[in-house]
Design a protein around this ligand. Structure first.
Ligand SMILES: Nc1ncnc2c1ncn2[C@@H]1O[C@H](COP(=O)(O)OP(=O)(O)O)[C@@H](O)[C@H]1O
Ligand SMILES: O=P(O)(O)O[C@H]1O[C@H](CO)[C@@H](O[C@H]2O[C@H](CO)[C@@H](O)[C@H](O)[C@H]2O)[C@H](O)[C@H]1O
Length: 561
C-alpha cells in the first residue's frame, strides 16, 4: 500500500531531532504541507488563495517506552496565511514509521505525508493519529494527568469525571473512527469489550478554551447531566501570556446505531410511502420520540441554567442593549449577504424556490422593521450558554433515548461569538428547523413523490411539520415548567422564537445556495412561515407603521392555480 518508489525527504538528522532540523522543517512547509493539507477533509482553507504554510510551533509527545529505543510524535502547529483575511492555525500530529514497522502498521494513503529518510533510516512521515503509539501516549497522558514541558509553554492533560478511577489502568486498544469531518476521532476500549472512550482531536485551533470543553465539562461535573457522553478529559496547550488553546477532548463512547437525522428519515419513510395513496400516517412511536427529544432539550437547558453558579461563564444574563445591538447588526449583515446571493443565483433556482425568493425580497422592509423591534423592545427573559448548533444530526439515537454531541457551536462563527449567551430558544429553533428540513428533504427528494405537484407536497409536508413542531414544543415547555425565569411570558417567548427561527433559516439559505441549490426552497419556506407570523403580529398592533407594505403572498401562487 505504501508506495516505495516515491522519492523521500532526506535528512542527516535523526527523527528525534526534528525541532533542530531547520532544513527539513522548511521542506515540509514548502513542499509537503501545502499538498497534504489541501487533501484533508478537515482543512477549511481549500477555497481561499493560500500564501504560505508555516510550522509555527513544534511540541513533543514522547511515546511510552515499549521499544528498545525512545521515540516520539510531534504536534505541528501549522499556520496558514491567505491572500486575504485572517491566518488560521491547524493541529497536525506527525510521527515517523520506519519501513520495517510500516509493514505491520495499517496506514491509509490519506494518512501519509511523505516518504522520508532520517539519519539513514527510511520510512514514512505520517499523521500520527494512524500510529497506535501516539494514540496510546495521548490516552496515558490524560489518564495520568501529565504536564509535558515544551519550548513554548506546556501541554497539560486533564482527566475528567467520565474516566473512572482505576478503570483505565489495563491494556487498551485504539483505532481511528472513520468519520470524515472537521476534526479527527480516536476511540479506545479494553480488549474484547465494547469501546469505551471517544477522543476528538481538534484540527482548526483557536486562542481560547474550546466552548465544547467548557460546556461538556460543566454539564458532567457541575450539573451531572446524563444525556451527553460524560467528560473524560482534555488536552490543552498552555502558555503564560495568552489564553489556553484546546487540542483535544475525551468523552465516554456512546453505543449508537445512528444519529436522529437518519432515524427521523427512517420514520418519515412510512409517511412518504402513504402520500401517493392520499393517506396521512404518522406512527404513535414517532410522536413519542419527538416528545422525548423535547423533554431532553429542556433538561439540557435546565442543566445549563445555573443562577447560583460561581462561574461567571455560566451565570444567566439579561437581554442587554449590547447583546441586542450585536445580534441586530449580525442579522442585518447576514440579510444583506443573503439578498445579494439570491440575486446572483436566482436563475439557478427551481420555480418554487424562485417564487419564495420573490416573497422574501418583497418582505425586506417588514423584516427590517422586525429586526429594529428586536433592537428596541424591552425584554425580561434571560440568556444562558446553549448548545449553539443544535439540529437532528447532533443528537445520537440510542436504543430508547438520546445523547447530545458536538457542542462546538456554529462553524461560521468566531470562538468569542460561540461563547455568547443566548435564549435557549435559539437551540429550540435549530431543532424545529431541522424537523422542517427532514420532512421537506424526504418529500421533495424521493422517487415516490416525484410525480406529485410541488404545491401539494408543500401542503402535505407542512401538515407533518406542524404536528411534529407542536409536539416537540409542548414537551419542551411542559418540562421547563411555567413560570420560569428563562422566559418572561408567552409574548416574549413567541417573539424570541421567531427571531431565532428567522435568523437560522436566513443562515441556512446561504449554506444551501453554496452547497445544495436543490434544497434552497427549504430555508426559504422556513423564512416564509416566520414572516407570515410577523405579519400577523403587525396587523394586530394598533401602533404599527402603516408605510411598510403588506406581505405579497399572491406571488406564491403558481400560474395554473
Ligand atoms: N461520544 C461519542 N460516542 C460515539 N460516537 C461519537 C461520539 N461523539 C461523536 N461521535 C461520532 O463522531 C461523529 C463526529 O462527531 P462530532 O462531535 O460531530 O465531530 P465534528 O465536530 O468533527 O463534526 C458523530 O457524528 C458521531 O457519529
Ligand atoms: O453540522 P454542521 O456543523 O456541519 O452544520 C452545517 O451543515 C448542516 C448540514 O449537514 C447544516 O444543517 C442543515 O441541514 C441539516 C440536514 O442536512 C438540517 O438538519 C439542519 O436543520 C439544517 O440547518 C447546517 O446549517 C450547517 O451549519
Amino acid at each position: 500500500m505504501l508506495d516505495s518508489s516515491v522519492s523521500p525527504l532526506s535528512s542527516r538528522f535523526s527523527w528525534l531531532d526534528l525541532i533542530r532540523d531547520t532544513a527539513t522543517i522548511r521542506l515540509l512547509e514548502t513542499t509537503v504541507l501545502p499538498s497534504y493539507l489541501n487533501a484533508c477533509r478537515w482543512f477549511a482553507g481549500k477555497a481561499r488563495p493560500q500564501d504560505r504554510f508555516r510550522i509555527a510551533f513544534v511540541h513533543e509527545i514522547p511515546f511510552r517506552p515499549d521499544d528498545a529505543a525512545p521515540d516520539t510524535a510531534f504536534l505541528l502547529i501549522v499556520e496558514v496565511r491567505y491572500a486575504e483575511g485572517e491566518a488560521e492555525s491547524y493541529l497536525l500530529p506527525v510521527s515517523f514509521v520506519a519501513t520495517d514497522r510500516a509493514k505491520t502498521t495499517e496506514i491509509p494513503d490519506k494518512g501519509v505525508l511523505t516518504a522520508a529518510e532520517f539519519d539513514q533510516k527510511t520510512g514514512w512521515v505520517i499523521d500520527a493519529i494512524y500510529d497506535d503509539r501516539f494514540r496510546q501516549a495521548i490516552f496515558f497522558n490524560i489518564v495520568h494527568q501529565q504536564t509535558l514541558n515544551q519550548q513554548a509553554g506546556q501541554i497539560v492533560c486533564h482527566r475528567g469525571l467520565g474516566l473512572a478511577d482505576g478503570e483505565a489502568s489495563g491494556l487498551i486498544v485504539s483505532r481511528v473512527l472513520p468519520v470524515d469531518s472537521s476534526n479527527s476521532a480516536l476511540v479506545y476500549g479494553f480488549p474484547g469489550e465494547k469501546e469505551t472512550y471517544f477522543l476528538k482531536l481538534y484540527r482548526k485551533l483557536f486562542q481560547e478554551t474550546n466552548p465544547e470543553v467548557e460546556l461538556v465539562s460543566f454539564l458532567t461535573e457541575n450539573s451531572h447531566f446524563s444525556h451527553i457522553p460524560a467528560y473524560a478529559g482534555s488536552l490543552i496547550w498552555r502558555q503564560k501570556t495568552i489564553p489556553d488553546i484546546t487540542l483535544g477532548m475525551m468523552q465516554r463512547m456512546v453505543d449508537n446505531q445512528k444519529d436522529s437525522w437518519s432515524q427521523t428519515g427512517d420514520y418519515l419513510n412510512d409517511f412518504l410511502y402513504a402520500v401517493p395513496h392520499r393517506l396521512f400516517t404518522i406512527r404513535e412511536e414517532v410522536f413519542e420520540r419527538v416528545e422525548l427529544l423535547g423533554r431532553r432539550t429542556a433538561q439540557l437547558h435546565l442543566a445549563l441554567f445555573s443562577p447560583e453558579s460561581g462561574d461567571p461563564a455560566f451565570r444567566p444574563e439579561s437581554f442587554t442593549d449590547e447583546y441586542r445591538e450585536f445580534i441586530s447588526r449580525r442579522f442585518e449583515s447576514l440579510l444583506e449577504r443573503r439578498y445579494a446571493m439570491l440575486i446572483d443565483n436566482y436563475t439557478r433556482l427551481d420555480p418554487l424556490a424562485q417564487r419564495l425568493a420573490w416573497v422574501f425580497m418583497e418582505a425586506k422592509e417588514m423584516i427590517d422593521e422586525f429586526v429594529e423591534d428586536f433592537r428596541n423592545r424591552p425584554l425580561e427573559s434571560l440568556r444562558i450558554r446553549i448548545h449553539g448548533d443544535y439540529h437532528l444530526g447532533q443528537v445520537l439515537a440510542t436504543d430508547d433515548d438520546f445523547i447530545m454531541i458536538d457542542f462546538e457551536g456554529e462553524p461560521e462563527s468566531s470562538i468569542v461569538e460561540r461563547k455568547i449567551k443566548h435564549s435557549p430558544l435559539k437551540d429550540v429553533a435549530g431543532m424545529i428547523r431541522s424537523y422542517h428540513y427532514a420532512v421537506s428533504a424526504k418529500l421533495f427528494g424521493s422517487v415516490e413523490t416525484e410525480k406529485i405537484a410541488p404545491d401539494h407536497l408543500q401542503r402535505v409536508s407542512e401538515r407533518w411539520f406542524n404536528l411534529i413542531r407542536d409536539t416537540y414544543m409542548n414537551a419542551y415547555l411542559d418540562t421547563i415548567g411555567s413560570p420560569h425565569p428563562l422566559f418572561k411570558n408567552n409574548n416574549e417567548l413567541n417573539f424570541l422564537l421567531l427571531v431565532y427561527l428567522l435568523e437560522k433559516a436566513v443562515y441556512e439559505l446561504g449554506y444551501e445556495i453554496s452547497y445544495r441549490p436543490a434544497w434552497v426552497k427549504i430555508p426559504l419556506k422556513g423564512i416564509m412561515d416566520v414572516i407570515r407570523e410577523i405579519e400577523k403580529i403587525r396587523m394586530a398592533d394598533p401602533n404599527r407603521n402603516s408605510d411598510v407594505p403588506r406581505l405579497q403572498m399572491g406571488l406564491l401562487q403558481s400560474k395554473k392555480e
